[in-house]
Structure formats: C-alpha cells, structure tokens
Design a binder for this molecule. Structure first.
Ligand code: 2IT
Length: 453
C-alpha cells in the first residue's frame, strides 16, 4: 500500500491519494509516481503555480492508451489470443518514444509505470523525445521463429495506424530484440507502403544505428564510471554482480570488462551463475548464444564453463563492490539490499527499469551508498534510439565512433544534471532525487509553454 504521508507537499500528496483511490490495482505505476512525487516536493513548494495549472494531474494521465486483441496461430494450427497495448504517455518534448515489451507480466498498469518512467528518462537525454511504452502479455520463450513472426505481424496490424516517425516510435524491450523489430518493421512497411524511421533498434543494413544493441549497457557503465570518479575511484578491479542475461546485461558485461572491472554473476528465471574469474572473452559471446537458444535460463553457462549454478536464487548474496540489476522491475528486495550492504557493496546502479523495490531503495538510501536510478543510468538505450531517428531523418549512417562519442557526452550530461539538481535541493549525491527533479522541470516547463492541452 502506498503511504501518501511520506509526501511533504500537500498538492502532490492529494494527487497521489486520488490516484490511489481510483486505480489501486496499478501498484507498479503508483510506486513510480510516488517515488517521483517524493523527490519533487521542494520544486513544488517553490513553484506554487504548478498546482493552478494542474501539472501533476496532467503528468500522471497518459495522453492516450490503445489496447487491442492480438490473434495468431501457433505451430499446431491453434488460434491463440493475447492482449496488446501502446501507452502514449507524454508528448511535451517530442513524439512518443519508448520500447515494446513481450512478457507474461505485461498489462496496462505495468506499461503505464514504464511509460511514466520513460517520460523523465527521455527528458534527461536532452533529445526531443516524448514518452511511450507498449507490448503484449506474450511470453516469447520456447516459441518458434514462425510463431514469433506471426505474433509480431498480428501485433503490428493493429499498431501501425497509431505510430510513425513524427507520432510515436516504438523500439525493443524485454522479449523484443532485433529479430522481433525486423518482423514488426516488415509488417509496418507492408501495411503503410512506407520505409521510414517508425521503429528503432532496426538491424544495421536497413536503417539501424551502430551501437544500438550495446547502448543501454554501455551507457550504464559510463554513468557508473562518473559516479566512481565523483568519489575518486574507478572500475579497475571492482567486482560487479549483474542480474539478468539479456541485452542490458550483455552490454554491461562487455563495457565493464573492457574498463577493467570483473562481472562475476548473471541470472535468469532459473537461478544465477557465479563466475569468480569474471565473464570475459568467449563467455560474453556465449551470452548471445544462450539468448538465441530461447530457453530463458542461465544454467547452460554454468554447464559450459564449469562454474557454480544456484537454482531459484538471486545473485545478491555474492560479495561485490557494485550491483547492477538488469532483469526486471522489483527484482531486488529489502533483504537483498541488506545482504549487499552487509557484504560491503557501495554502488547500486539500476540497469533495468525500477528493479529495486521501494523498501530496498529506502534501505540503500539510509545506508547512504551511491545509487543510480534506471531513468538516468539506463537512458543510453533510448538516447541511441534518438540518434537512430536522427540518422533516419537525414538518410545518413554514423560511424561507431561518432555514436559512442555522442552517447558518452549524453551520459556525462545526465550524470551532471542529476548531481547538480541534487545539490540545488540539498540532497548532494542523491541521484534519484536529482534525476526526478531535472526530468520533471524540463517536462513541466514544456507543458506550460504549450498551453492547456
Ligand atoms: O526502457 C527503455 O528505455 C527502452 N526499452 C528503450 C526505448 C527506446 O525507445 O529505445
């Protein structure tokens, strides 16, 4: 249950309370709203005109939610029915932009939470992107390529009318990678007769950007390096626990290893693997093979490299200097946070969106260790999607060097914007508050500029 009394500003507390009364079942959405509202109380105290303009009521209401039936036929010729959605949350800063998630947990509330987070994340990138998120309650594990293709085609048949390069630009997320974006794009093109930048995360040869697959994990690592530098440290020799083994985890492993750190865990729905020597070289390539195998399990890594596998457990009891949860929302709970703290972990960086529960977050904050929220640390993915949009608009393909240089600059600017906003509100070093404040002010001011729409 959300505790509105933790919110010191009366206006924010009342908007949250009415939201909680109206949609009590959207728990993840309420969690993310509460977390943002707590941070922005000092801004609201200083800017009372936001209340008259009803900025918070407008900010928590998606501009549009599309939901539709997705019908497809499986390999045994049986008709299957799933639910598909696109939440077009906020277009103050640009066309709706955000990923597509295919996962059993998808519903309107979880997509509202993800799209709400995306609003602040996209604002932090400094690029002209509004926010959105979509997906379906479809679990791709153990599906054949043909089934995935038929599902993507059916999903896009409904979605195509709502998206476009100046309207809404979906990308991938959990369960949606290069293969799915290919199928989605093919169907979009077939229906609209347009070859354009309506999706990002495309493959290189047909309009994708260099480094888009790596971007989220690389950006997470660049953000971490700035946090370390702010404390006079670097990655050299640091032990890093990572959860997940998908796209974000892969990019983190690659970049952390390159920068001298040692990633010692990965995890999946089946448990975690502990590789004390560090995941490097061929082992990183094996991560991709494991994902393509479609099993949704990390045990094959332990079998292949002779390291320990811990069934049905999370990796947070393994002693480390840095923890980077890269799997899914609310995967790291209060007891995990205490284990990390007891073992001397000093940095927690969210690679996934809101992987740390609210209670775990409170425990980490009380201990005053360095914490980076996903909406800042994992913004490199959507930032390079923004660069893909720029390349599509101009018809040019940038070099990897140019994309990487721009990504580094954006991550440095996000780090500094969060640090400066935290300083301004006397919460020095609190990146969570800084990210919410900096993102919120940019969106709120743009909404005011554009009038009551
Ligand atoms: O959560 C995210 O930022 C993403 N899934 C990437 C979104 C995008 O549009 O690249």
């Amino acid at each position: 249950m959300i505790n509105a009394t933790a919110i010191s500003n009366r206006y924010a507390a009342s908007v949250l309370a009415s939201l909680e009364a109206r949609i009590p079942w959207e728990t993840e959405f309420l969690q993310s709203v509460k977390e943002v509202f707590e941070s922005i109380c000092p801004v609201l105290d200083q800017t009372p005109q936001y209340e008259g303009l009803r900025i918070l009521e407008r900010l928590v209401e998606p501009e549009r939610v599309v939901s539709f039936r997705v019908l497809w036929t499986d390999d045994r010729n049986k008709i299957q029915v799933n639910r598909g959605y696109r939440v077009q949350f906020n277009s103050a800063l640009g066309p709706y932009k955000g990923g597509t998630r295919f996962h059993a947990s998808v519903n309107e509330g979880s997509l509202k939470f993800l799209a709400f987070e995306q609003t602040f994340k996209n604002a932090l990138t400094g690029l002209p992107m509004g926010s959105g998120k979509g997906g379906a309650d479809f679990a791709p594990a153990a599906k054949s390529d043909d089934e995935i293709m038929r599902f993507c085609q059916s999903y896009m048949t409904e979605l195509a009318q709502y998206i476009g390069p100046e309207t809404d630009i979906p990308a991938g997320d959990v369960g949606v990678g290069g293969r799915e974006i290919g199928f989605l794009f093919g169907q979009y093109k077939r229906l609209t007769h347009r070859f354009n930048g309506s999706l990002t995360g495309k493959n290189l040869s047909w309009g994708g950007s260099r480094l888009r697959p790596e971007a989220t994990g690389y950006g997470v690592t660049y953000f971490l390096e700035h946090m370390l530098a702010a404390r006079g440290e670097d990655l050299e020799g640091k032990r890093v626990c990572v959860s997940g083994f998908g796209n974000v985890a892969w990019g983190v492993v690659k970049k952390v290893t390159e920068r001298g750190g040692r990633v010692i865990t990965l995890s999946g729905p089946d448990g975690y693997v502990h590789d004390p020597d560090g995941i490097c070289g061929d082992k990183i390539a094996f991560m991709l093979r494991m994902r393509r195998g479609g099993l949704d399990a990390v045990k094959p890594y332990a079998d292949e490299f002779g390291v320990s596998f811990h069934a049905n457990q999370r990796p947070w009891r393994v002693p480390c200097d840095v923890a980077i949860p890269c799997a899914i929302q609310n995967e790291l709970d209060e007891s995990d946070a205490h284990h990390l703290l007891e073992n001397g972990c000093r940095y927690v960086v969210e690679g996934a969106n809101m992987p740390v529960t609210d209670r775990a977050f409170d425990a980490l904050r009380t201990a005053k260790i360095a914490f980076a929220p996903g909406k800042a640390a994992n913004a490199g993915g959507v930032a390079v999607s923004g660069l893909e949009m720029t390349q599509n608009r101009t018809g040019l393909a940038w070099t990897a060097e140019r994309v990487d240089e721009t990504l580094r600059r954006i991550m440095r600017e996000i780090h500094d914007a969060c640090a400066n906003a935290a300083d301004r509100y006397s919460t020095a070093g609190d990146y969570a508050t800084g990210a919410n404040v900096a993102g919120f002010v940019r969106v709120a001011e743009a909404m005011i500029d554009q009038g009551a729409v």
